[in-house]
Each structure stands twice: as structure tokens, then as C-alpha cells.
Design a protein. Structure first.
Length: 321
């Protein structure tokens, strides 16, 4: 009985230390399959069970576009938004679609030669699609040229592209991370992690590269010379990431996890600067939430969108103690 009281007391103290968000917006009550915030957190692309693909204007807190991806828009597994907030992309297992955020028009639709797994889009609308057969497609709506990168030997779990479309980053089940030229397929750098690569990210300027595996190995490299810049200071045996974004002029990395966490790290040292937890809603038997997308709004506001259907925002100066 005494142990139970102590456990409950510890839990209550932990809950009391969690900073409360400054803003909470319910984006949907439907199951949410994927979401991508714009760089400045003024918009978000949502993939929902019934409504399908919706671009939500966060400033007006209302849906702006509803797009139809093929015959069934409820089967979108991944989304991405360009750094300049001009393009959005949606990925299903068998196709990828490109959309203009400026006018809501379709800019292209492509059938895939293998099952789609991950997607990224540059400021000029250039696309990367990671496939389960170990290849990565590099394509653009205004060009007939298609590059198929074959550097991986197993499923490609995550892809990223620099804002200007000149660099591509990919990570797969072969434990490998490859930095390459999406216009030629020419490799630039390669790194190996301890287990299958779950998430990769490139800074908008293409100067920094991030990758994390399925255990607790998460690293940041200088993308120019390939040298290791830092390893995230992870003190648990296993921590995976569902999103990652370089912020604060590359001085920090903002990440989301499948376990409700939003974490800010220093890029030069890998030291944790702050962390926050997204809410758990009362939808069915769900007692956790996957953080789908993270961003910085303004100077000091951390924003997340999670599988709970909520957009949450915290003051960066408030953090878990």
C-alpha cells in the first residue's frame, strides 16, 4: 500500500512538471494518418480517415483546400511541405501527388513502380520518393527526366531534400544514410548507423544532415565535408524519432517522437535544451500519440501536430523540469 501511494505521488509530481501549451487547436476528430507543418507553422497538411487530404490554414484556423489523391484519398501514408510553403506532396503506397499551396491546383500525379514509403519536396517542386524496394525516385513536374537512386539495398524509410533541391538524403533498413545529388544520382557522402535508419533530415541550406536509427543512435553531420558534428545525448536504451527539423539558423534541431515527446537539441553538442509532451485525448482506447510534425512559430513558440488530431504550441522558455 505504501509503495502504491509513493508511485501515485511520483506520477502526480511528474504531471505537475509538464508545461501547459499556450495554444491548443483541434484540427480533426477523425483518425489522423499523417501531417506536415509548414516551416513557419502557419499551415499544415493533414491526411485523415474520412475527409482525406486537407490543407489547413492555421492563421484563420480553417480548412483551405481539400484535395483528391487518386480514387481514394483516405490511403495517404505520408505528406510533406516545401520550405517556402509553396508546394505540398501526398504519398500513397502506389502513387505520389504534387499540389500548389498558392492556388490549390494539382501540379502532377505519378504512379510508383514499387510501394511508397517516404516523401519530401523542395521549393521548386522537385520530389523524392523512398520505396520499399530500396530505391529512391527523384522527379519534377516540369521535367521529363526521372532519376532512380539505387544506393540502398533495403527499404528506404525516410528521405529529405534541401530547399533548393540540390541535395538529397535517404536512410533505410540497410543501416545506411546516403547524401546524393538528386539531379544526377551521384553520391556525395555515406554514413552507417547501428541499426535500421528511421528518420533523416536536411537543413534548408543543405549544410547539416541528421539521421537516427531504431535504437538510440542519432547523429548530425556536416554535409559539406561529411564530418560528424555531434551525437544527440540520449540516455535511454531506445528512442526513435517521427519528425526532425533544423531550426534557429541551424543552431538547434527540433524533433518529435512516437511517444508524445517534442524535444529541442543543440546541433553543435547534441545536448537537450528542452522537451514537451503532447496531450492524450479520450478517443477510444488510445493512450498515447505520435508526433507527426514539429516547427517553430515566430521567435520562441514550439508547435506540434500529432495523431491525437491536435495542434499544440508552447513557449520555448517553458520546458519539462
Amino acid at each position: 500500500m505504501q509503495k502504491l501511494v509513493l508511485l501515485l505521488l511520483s506520477f502526480n509530481l511528474l504531471q505537475a512538471c509538464q508545461p501547459k501549451p499556450e495554444e491548443v487547436v483541434e484540427l480533426t476528430q477523425e483518425p489522423l494518418y499523417a501531417a506536415s507543418l509548414t516551416r513557419n507553422a502557419d499551415g499544415v497538411l493533414l491526411s485523415m480517415a474520412t475527409s482525406g487530404l486537407v490543407y489547413w490554414d492555421i492563421t484563420s484556423q480553417s480548412p483551405k483546400y481539400q484535395w483528391r489523391h487518386g480514387d481514394d484519398s483516405s490511403n495517404i501514408i505520408a505528406t510533406s511541405v516545401s520550405a517556402n510553403s509553396q508546394f505540398a506532396v501526398s504519398l500513397s503506397r502506389d502513387s505520389v501527388a504534387l499540389w500548389s499551396i498558392a492556388d490549390g491546383q494539382s501540379r502532377g500525379w505519378w504512379s510508383l513502380p514499387a510501394s511508397g514509403q517516404s516523401v519530401a519536396v523542395a521549393d521548386n517542386g522537385a520530389l523524392l520518393v523512398g520505396l520499399t524496394d530500396g530505391s529512391v525516385l527523384s522527379l519534377a513536374a516540369n521535367q521529363d527526366k526521372l532519376i532512380k537512386y539505387l544506393g540502398h539495398t533495403e527499404k528506404v524509410n525516410s528521405v529529405a531534400i534541401s530547399a533548393n533541391g540540390s541535395l538529397a538524403l535517404s536512410g533505410g533498413n540497410d543501416d545506411m544514410v546516403h547524401l546524393w545529388n538528386p539531379s544526377s544520382g551521384q553520391p556525395e557522402q555515406s554514413w552507417q548507423l547501428n541499426s535500421r535508419v528511421v528518420k533523416v533530415a536536411l537543413s534548408d541550406d543543405g549544410l547539416l544532415a541528421f539521421a537516427s536509427d531504431s535504437t538510440n543512435d542519432a547523429r548530425i553531420w556536416d554535409a559539406v565535408d561529411g564530418e560528424l558534428k555531434s551525437k544527440l545525448n540520449i540516455k535511454v536504451r531506445q528512442k526513435t524519432f517521427s519528425d526532425a527539423r533544423f531550426v534557429k539558423a541551424n543552431r538547434a534541431l527540433l524533433t518529435g517522437t512516437p511517444a508524445r515527446e517534442v524535444i529541442l537539441w543543440r546541433t553543435d553538442s547534441g545536448k537537450k535544451l528542452g522537451n514537451w509532451q503532447v496531450a492524450v485525448t479520450k478517443k477510444g482506447q488510445i493512450n498515447s500519440a505520435v508526433v507527426y510534425s514539429v516547427a517553430i512559430k515566430g521567435i520562441n513558440q514550439v508547435v506540434s501536430v500529432s495523431s491525437n488530431g491536435l495542434l499544440e504550441a508552447w513557449d520555448m522558455t517553458s520546458t519539462t523540469r
